[in-house]
Design a protein around this ligand. Structure first.
Ligand code: NAD
Length: 322
């Protein structure tokens, strides 16, 4: 299938492209930035287009020329960075998504895959949060993602554009974090390996839903491949595991030969974001409609992630000073 990816140079994009190429798709990678260093292992002839989703003309021209059958729309400003520059976040996440929907409609794209987030929910949630819990996000990131979910549903109903999406938990992979509020998790692995210590920016009892990236990428591919008439909705919660920060610290320290010294000093701004998110997601609709099931829990992820983190540190340690 001819597939275009926006925001292709980010944490999800590069892993998604690897999986798409493996299943035989013709992939056009697009991003605001040039092909990043982290894409070194991808084929040299992978088409890489510099494309700004805030520019509707550029989007339309690109889609019209490439005629993608399917678009994975990943381009976004994530939660922590989003609070630093709400205006940019609105332009990229909200106007950008509208522009992508319009370009899909005008060029007859068959399917648009959207990546939403647990940040669409807000404070005061029950312990377990289902798909239809009220959306009262308190960050610009969450506000723009909630509105984009609704826009997607509108285009699905009004223009019959096949819009599908998942609400990702915090995604964990061996890559340099891009400004998400769940970055403390990856830094426990990275700094645990390279320094034997890390001071997390949250309380030890902070509990948010997490997912290992291979499960996240597989969720996108499986939802995309599901027969449309089996789907009862456009946007689905997907869940894997929900450890506290302390539980992650114990798991990582226990898996490192020399252990690790983890401490916790809560950063008020990021803690507020984390506390507004769900602790546990109910993903029963994804399981029933398209057979979603995670393969990794915290120990299984840790076993696979640590060697990946060591390999990352061999090549990218200089980019990690924070
Ligand atoms: N990583 C997570 O834990 C997580 C969790 C929930 C949802 N998501 C969603 O998944 C998607 C991908 O996330 P990610 O972790 O890969 O993010 P990322 O920050 O690593 O990558 C985002 C990419 O978007 C690009 N971008 C920014 N502005 C752009 C613009 N104007 N035009 C085109 N591209 C632009 C950036 O250059 C970057 O390569 C996002 O939509 C995000 O909201 C991610």
């Amino acid at each position: 299938m001819r597939t275009l990816v926006t925001g292709a140079g980010g944490q999800v994009g590069l892993d998604l492209i690897r999986a798409l190429l493996q299943q035989g798709d013709v992939v056009h990678a697009t991003d605001l930035g040039p092909r990043p260093e982290a894409a070194a292992d991808l084929p040299a002839d992978l088409p890489w287009h510099q494309l700004d989703v805030t520019d509707p003309e550029q989007l339309y021209t690109c889609f019209d020329r490439l005629q993608p059958e399917r678009v994975f729309h990943l381009a976004a400003i994530l939660s922590a960075r989003g609070e630093v520059d709400p205006a940019l976040t609105y332009r990229v996440n909200q106007t950008g998504t509208y522009n992508v929907l319009e370009a899909c409609r005008l060029t007859d794209v068959r399917q648009l895959m959207f990546t939403s987030t647990i940040a669409v929910f807000g404070p005061g949630l029950p312990e377990t949060v289902g798909d239809d819990e009220a959306l009262h996000p308190t960050t610009m990131y969450g506000v723009t993602k909630a509105a984009s979910e609704l826009l997607g549903e509108y285009y699905n109903a009004r223009f019959d554009l096949d819009v599908r999406g998942v609400r990702f938990p915090g995604l964990i992979s061996a890559s340099i974090p891009g400004g998400g509020s769940s970055d403390y998790v990856v830094f426990m692995y990275i700094d645990g390996v390279r320094k034997g210590a890390y001071e997390a920016f949250c309380r030890p009892d902070t509990r948010i839903p997490l997912m290992y990236m291979p499960d996240g990428v597989r969720a996108l591919l499986e939802l995309s491949a599901a027969p449309r008439d089996q789907l009862s909705r456009c946007i689905y919660n997907i869940a894997a595991f929900s450890p506290t920060a302390q539980e992650i610290a114990v798991e990582v320290a226990g898996a490192l030969p020399k252990g690790a010294d983890f401490s916790f000093v809560s950063d008020p701004a990021r803690q507020k974001i984390l506390d507004s998110w769900p602790s546990v997601l109910d993903d029963r609709n994804a399981r029933a409609d398209w057979g979603w099931a995670p393969r990794y829990d915290l120990p299984a992820m840790t076993e696979q992630l640590l060697p990946e983190i060591r390999a990352l540190l061999e090549t990218r340690a200089d980019a990690l000073d924070h």
